[in-house]
Design a protein around this ligand. Structure first.
Ligand SMILES: C[S@@+](CC[C@H](N)C(=O)[O-])C[C@H]1O[C@@H](n2cnc3c(N)ncnc32)[C@H](O)[C@@H]1O
Length: 243
């Protein structure tokens, strides 16, 4: 059986040249009674990290996904969302203290921000360059009745220079987070923490990653593997302390 993700009531199956996608879709619908739609995923593209996707069963690309007691409304053909990060989001929540100011640099439809705001009393600037992401974030704030999340439409390079200095930054743009590190470092207080995500070869030298990028004022507090990205690459989560 092929691997697939379930977002709300949509099963998202990676396209396989050698697979009979119609047969796979029928099998998923037969086995998972909560799945009402099946979409074939041809990969994530462009700056907005949007899936090229085709619905082959059901009627809707919009759904409500539940994780750790929050609800995330999203149209998977318009906004990036991955259910595989649920545990990672929960790990971030555990790190956050009441009273913090946070910048969720690449918020998407807001799963990190919504989960943090659900469990902590904080102020979060949540930015994204994709207008649909921000529209769904606004819906998700209402849906979860959370307070303290401020949606900001625009480029992180501009937003980071407009907001007040924050205690914590979430950088969930694993393909090119490194290009935004100087902006994050300009937007954070000394002693602040950055949750930095990057896809790297499995055997990459992680300890000297930031020295190699020419970044001197961070220390790696923790690093762990979030999930496999491909046979040779892994999505890593770094917890960085700004010194
Ligand atoms: C990998 S997605 C992560 C979304 C969200 N954090 C999540 O966990 O579902 C990255 C997001 O960054 C946004 N993005 C890409 N470049 C950006 C930029 N320069 N400024 C602001 N947002 C950007 C994309 O539109 C996309 O929604």
């Amino acid at each position: 059986m092929v691997s697939f993700d379930i977002v709300g009531d949509i099963a998202i199956v990676k396209y396989r040249e050698d697979g009979d996608m119609e047969k796979i879709a029928n099998e998923i619908l037969r086995r998972h009674k909560n799945v009402k739609n099946v979409a074939v995923d041809y990969g994530v593209y462009g700056e907005e990290r949007i899936r090229k996707i085709e619905l082959i069963r059901g009627k809707s690309m919009e759904t409500i996904h539940k994780e750790f007691n929050i609800r995330i409304k999203v149209d998977i053909s318009k906004v990036y969302f991955s259910p595989r990060l649920a545990t990672e989001r929960w790990r971030v929540v555990q790190r956050v203290k009441d009273g913090e100011t946070i910048y969720d640099m690449f918020t998407g439809c807001g799963p990190f921000s919504i989960m943090i705001a659900k469990y902590r009393k904080v102020k979060i600037f949540a930015g994204d360059i994709n207008k649909y992401a921000i529209l769904y974030l606004i819906e998700n704030i209402k849906l979860n009745r959370v307070k303290g999340v401020y949606p900001l439409l625009g480029d992180a390079k501009v937003i980071s220079e407009k907001i007040p200095k924050v205690d914590r930054i979430i950088m969930n743009l694993p393909h090119n987070s490194k290009d935004f590190l100087p902006y994050a470092l300009g937007a954070i207080k000394r002693g602040g923490e950055i949750h930095y995500y990057e896809i790297l070869p499995k055997d990459h030298d992680l300890t000297s990653r930031f020295e190699n990028l020419g970044i001197k004022n961070v220390e790696i507090e923790d690093v762990h593997r979030v999930h496999e990205y491909s046979p040779s690459k892994t999505l890593f989560s770094f917890l960085l302390k700004v010194i």
